[in-house]
Design a binder for this molecule. Structure first.
Ligand SMILES: NC(=O)c1ccc[n+]([C@@H]2O[C@H](COP(=O)([O-])OP(=O)(O)OC[C@H]3O[C@@H](n4cnc5c(N)ncnc54)[C@H](OP(=O)(O)O)[C@@H]3O)[C@@H](O)[C@H]2O)c1
Length: 235
C-alpha cells in the first residue's frame, strides 16, 4: 500500500510511518520544515520518500500529491496527523493565533483530502484516518482553538465518510491520548499532572502503540465513519 502520513518527521507521525514501513508498505514521510528529520525517518524504511508541504497551502499540498502519483501511481492510505497547539486562555488568544491553529489542524486535513480523494475515487478504494483529540470531544480550558479544530476535524471525518463511502473509501478519526512528543512535552507541568490523574492507567499514551492501532485499522475493510478513542481517560 502507498501510505501518506502528514507530519511524520517526528512524534506520532514518525511512529506511524515506521509502523507502515515495518509492514513493507511504501511510505510518504511528510513535514513542513524539518526535511532532515523526515529524511532520517526515510533512511529507516525500505521504500519511502520525504516531501515538504505547508498543510495550510492547497497548492503545496496538491503538488505533493502529484509527486506521489507520479512516483507510485496511487494513494491507498492518507493519515492526517500534522498538527499544532498552543496553550492560552480564550481572552488571551489573538485572532491570528486562532486562525493559525484552525488553518493547520482543520483546513490542513481538508486540503490533503481534497487533493488525494479524486485518486482514491478513481481507484475505488482508500482509507483516510484523521488524528483528532479527546479535547475535541470534552473541551479543555486553555485550549479553545485547539479543541475547536479537533472537534471540527471529527465533523469533517463524519461528513467525508458519508460522501465517500459509495466509492469504497473509509474515513475514520482517532483520539490518540496524551503522548510525550514535542507537542506533549511542551505543555505545562500542571497539564501533564492532570492527564495522569484522569488516566485510568495512570500513564501517558505511547506513540508506538497508537501507531500499531492505526496501521491495523488502515488494513481492515468495512469500518468507516467512526471515532476511536485510544485515550485511557473516559469521555
Ligand atoms: N501529543 C499529544 O499528546 C497529542 C494528543 C492528542 C492528539 N495529538 C495529535 O496528534 C498529532 C501529532 O502530534 P505530535 O504530538 O506527534 O506533534 P509534534 O511532535 O509536534 O509533530 C508535529 C508534526 O506536524 C508537522 N506540522 C506542523 N505544522 C505543519 C504545517 N503547517 N504543515 C505541515 N506539517 C506541519 C510537523 O512538521 P515539522 O517537523 O516540519 O515542523 C511535525 O511533523 C497532532 O495532530 C496532534 O494534535 C497529539
Amino acid at each position: 500500500m502507498v501510505c501518506l502520513i502528514t507530519g511524520s518527521s517526528r512524534g506520532l507521525g514518525k511512529a506511524i510511518a515506521m509502523s507502515f514501513g515495518r509492514k513493507g508498505h511504501q511510505v510518504v514521510v511528510h513535514c513542513k520544515d524539518k526535511i532532515k528529520d523526515a529524511e532520517e525517518v526515510v533512511s529507516q524504511i525500505k521504500e519511502a520518500i520525504a516531501l515538504k508541504a505547508d498543510a495550510k497551502n492547497f497548492t503545496e499540498v496538491k503538488n505533493l500529491i502529484d509527486i506521489v502519483i507520479k512516483k507510485w501511481g496511487k494513494i491507498d492510505v492518507l493519515i492526517n496527523n500534522a498538527g499544532i497547539t498552543q496553550e492560552s486562555l480564550l481572552l488571551k488568544t489573538t485572532e491570528k493565533d486562532f486562525d493559525n491553529i484552525i488553518t493547520v489542524n482543520l483546513k490542513g486535513p481538508f486540503n490533503f483530502i481534497r487533493a488525494a480523494a479524486p485518486y482514491m475515487i478513481k481507484q475505488k478504494s482508500g482509507h483516510i484516518i484523521n488524528i483528532s483529540s479527546i479535547a475535541g470531544m470534552k473541551g479543555k480550558a486553555g485550549l479553545s482553538a485547539y479543541s475547536a479544530s479537533k472537534a471540527g476535524l471529527i465533523g469533517l471525518t463524519l461528513s467525508t465518510a458519508k460522501e465517500l463511502g459509495r466509492y469504497n473509501i473509509m474515513v475514520n478519526a482517532i483520539l490518540p491520548g496524551y503522548m510525550l512528543t514535542d507537542m506533549g512535552i511542551n505543555s505545562s507541568d500542571k497539564a501533564k499532572e492532570t492527564v495522569l490523574q484522569e488516566s485510568l492507567l495512570k500513564k501517558f499514551s505511547e506513540p508506538e502503540k497508537v501507531a500499531e492501532f492505526i496501521c491495523h485499522l488502515s488494513e481492515i475493510s468495512g469500518i468507516t465513519g467512526q471515532v476511536f478513542n485510544l485515550d485511557s481517560r473516559i469521555i
